[in-house]
Design a protein around this ligand. Structure first.
Ligand code: IPE
Ligand code: IPE
Ligand code: MG
Length: 244
């Protein structure tokens, strides 16, 4: 879908604007652990716990789409023990949480490559996606083995494989071939951990997103920190290139 000035909606009292699609770069697990003298694996554990905690927070605030960057195509280059730990955590969290998310009417989507995932993780993800496919509440996008450039290259490859004529390729057609084909553009992109970079996340879908960087490390980003991000968002004037 394309950028839409009406994509954000006002709450009943008109005081704040709730972003329709929030995407989060969940960064800072390593520094959170280091600051406590803990192993990095403890940071990722705390990070996954926070992920479970915040999903309901965003749904409660009226967000319809939430996309979480959990593991990038570049994160494979980290030490093997760290990567292994993240993969095991992901399997455990999906196995443990999918049923509860289903009961909360959450629709789970996986964004990213599947060919490099273990059979166990691929199956857990697929089961969660299938079980929740008919739900109509929050759509939760889990970006795992996700890279924005890989996503775009894959879309081009699939268009060619499908024999789509160059004359029929426009922005809308191209977007149909992305992992996010049935999701709107991102309204608010949050990055925790203090950096100001996109790190290969949703390169296409963030063309007109508002950006919010928080100094808080991901495991501690909930409650009032989400409020602050939303307050900042509601003060933005989105112009989409127009003279407004
Ligand atoms: C983000 O936390 C989680 C992943 C990339 C999987 P980091 O592990 O990158 O945390 P920092 O940036 O080292 O603090
Ligand atoms: C981005 O964080 C990826 C995820 C949060 C999954 P990184 O820690 O990998 O990003 P860089 O290396 O600081 O750009
Ligand atoms: Mg990091």
């Amino acid at each position: 879908m394309t950028a839409n000035p009406e994509a954000s909606k006002r709450t009943k009292d008109g005081s704040t604007t709730v972003p329709n699609h929030v995407a989060i770069i969940m960064d800072g697990n390593g520094r959170w652990a280091e600051s406590r003298g803990l192993d990095v694996s403890e940071g990722h554990h705390a990070g996954f716990e926070n992920l479970q905690r915040v999903v309901a927070d965003f749904a409660k605030r009226g967000v319809k789409y939430l996309t979480m960057y959990a593991f990038s195509t570049e994160n494979w280059d980290r030490p093997e023990s760290e990567v292994q730990g993240i993969l095991e955590l992901a399997i455990a969290v999906i196995a443990h949480e999918a049923q509860q998310l289903h009961e909360n009417d959450v629709r789970i989507k996986h964004l990213g490559r599947v060919d490099r995932l273990s059979d166990e993780l691929r199956e857990e993800l697929q089961q969660a996606v299938d079980m929740t496919a008919g739900n109509s509440g929050l759509t939760l996008g889990i970006a795992f083995d996700y890279g924005g450039r890989a996503e775009i290259a894959n879309a081009a490859k699939q268009l060619i494989a499908d024999g789509v004529s160059p004359d029929d390729i426009d922005e809308q057609k191209f977007a149909e071939y992305l992992y996010t084909s049935d999701m709107p553009d991102v309204d608010l992109l949050i990055r925790t951990g203090g950096d100001f970079r996109i790190s290969n996340f949703l390169l296409w879908q963030t063309a007109y997103s508002e950006f919010y960087s928080s100094d808080i490390w991901w495991p501690d980003f909930y409650g009032e920190h989400i409020d602050s991000a939303f307050e900042s968002f509601s003060e933005r004037q989105r112009r989409f290139g127009k003279r407004i």
